[in-house]
Design a protein around this ligand. Structure first.
Ligand SMILES: Cc1ncc(COP(=O)(O)O)c(C=O)c1O
Length: 387
């Protein structure tokens, strides 16, 4: 059994997250501080020992490993011919935007949401149209259905990017909610691009519904899945796109090929096959650990840090924190927390203007570091209140 408490040292590994000063504690970008499951590391070592790193294929056994994994863990065995390989989810999103929409069209998102959606839309000359999620002030988020319908009905809206489950608020969309979104998108001729990269990181006892499992709406859908969050291998840059409809699949596949983001590097196939085939036990242990981190962090914040409120999440290892009782501007707050305590969080404004009074904390680290991070956060908030 892997020991998730074992402290790891990521300095001097060119880690994006850990490119920080000594003594700082990075709890921002979404990767984990745990070693990958042993079968993944072993597969990569074996591949490295071979010492020839030429071009790779995407073998059938990769697609069947993905398909079987979804069958085992999410009750839906994906037909392998629905799958297209891509070098990461963001690469696929950019490509889908270019293929399925035209410049200046609206792409609907639900802010606060993963910041790179904005980049992918704007960098491709499309417009961001947000139907902001509604925050109830007590830690819950929901869809504003009237607003969503109005925006989907705009003739210029051609694509909706759904985040299922939702980063950063940790919502696990229900089957009913997904059907309602599917219904509206179908009515108004909008394609659904469902980013499901966080789908395996779900609280024990809860389950996620893949958008492509909704028979009625799957023909208007393109979904992105990946081992990168689940198994901590984002640096291997690999993902799969699920496109049930054959014609749509052809267009997506053409886009990914035209953009040259459809060929794996020398390590990603062996790592993916090991991850999707041999790591279920490791993943169960990870989920138990991560959601214990979440319970600890949510109650610590709600009980011991006046002015902060943790938004209860059922998915992802990212904790969304309402800081409106402390500051109107989390950009400034984040900078101050880092300056005074070395704790490096993400400011909520990155995820859209409606996130400006929020913070995001990455809990995918050893318990000792989670407790250290919470302690630093408390110190920073209390010192501000004492002024
Ligand atoms: C919702 C979401 N999509 C995509 C990504 C990144 O995907 P990739 O590294 O495969 O491009 C992230 C990373 O944080 C994410 O949160």
């Amino acid at each position: 059994m892997y020991n998730f408490d074992k402290l790891t040292d990521r300095y001097d590994t060119f880690s994006y997250k850990w490119d920080v000063a000594p003594g700082e504690l990075p709890m921002w970008v979404a990767d984990m501080d745990f070693e990958a499951a042993p079968p993944i590391a072993e597969a990569i070592c074996r591949r490295a020992e071979h010492a020839i790193f030429g071009y790779s294929t995407t073998p059938d056994c990769f697609f069947s490993a993905v398909s079987e994994f979804y069958g085992r863990r999410h009750g839906f065995k994906i037909p392998t011919d629905w799958l297209v390989y891509s070098n990461g989810v963001v690469a696929a999103i950019g490509s889908v935007i270019r293929r399925l929409t035209q410049p200046a069209e609206n792409i609907l998102i639900q802010a606060p949401v993963y910041n790179i959606f904005y980049n992918s839309i704007l960098n491709n000359g499309r417009r961001v149209l947000s139907s902001d999620l509604v925050y109830d002030g007590e830690g819950g988020y929901s869809v504003d259905w009237q607003d969503l319908e109005k925006k989907l009905a705009e003739p210029a809206t051609s694509l909706m990017i759904l985040c299922n489950p939702h980063n950063p608020v940790g919502r696990l969309w229900t089957r009913d909610e997904l059907c309602r979104i599917g219904e509206l998108c179908q009515r108004y001729g909008v394609t659904v691009l469902s980013d499901e990269i966080h789908c395996d990181i779900v609280a024990p006892g809860k389950s996620y519904t893949p958008f492509f499992s909704l028979e009625k709406y799957r023909d208007i859908s393109v979904s992105c899945i990946s081992a990168s969050k689940t198994f901590n291998m984002a640096g291997l840059q690999s993902a799969a796109v699920v496109v049930p409809n054959e014609i749509l699949r052809y267009r997506v596949w053409r886009g990914i090929n035209t953009d040259e983001v459809g060929e794996p590097n020398a390590f990603s196939m062996v790592a993916n096959i090991a991850a999707f085939s041999d790591c279920d036990g490791w993943l169960d242990g990870l989920l138990a650990y991560l959601f214990e981190n979440r319970v600890i962090a949510e109650s610590y914040i709600n009980e011991k840090i006046p002015g902060l409120r943790a938004v209860h999440g059922e998915a992802t290892y990212l904790l969304w924190i309402d800081a409106s009782g402390v500051s109107d501007d989390s950009v400034e707050l984040c900078e101050r927390i880092r300056r005074e305590t070395g704790l490096y969080l993400s400011d909520g404004a990155e995820y859209g203007e409606c996130g400006r009074k929020f913070l995001r904390m990455n809990l995918a680290t050893q318990r000792e570091r989670v407790l250290d991070g919470l302690d630093r956060l408390k110190r920073a908030v209390l010192s501000e209140q004492a002024k």
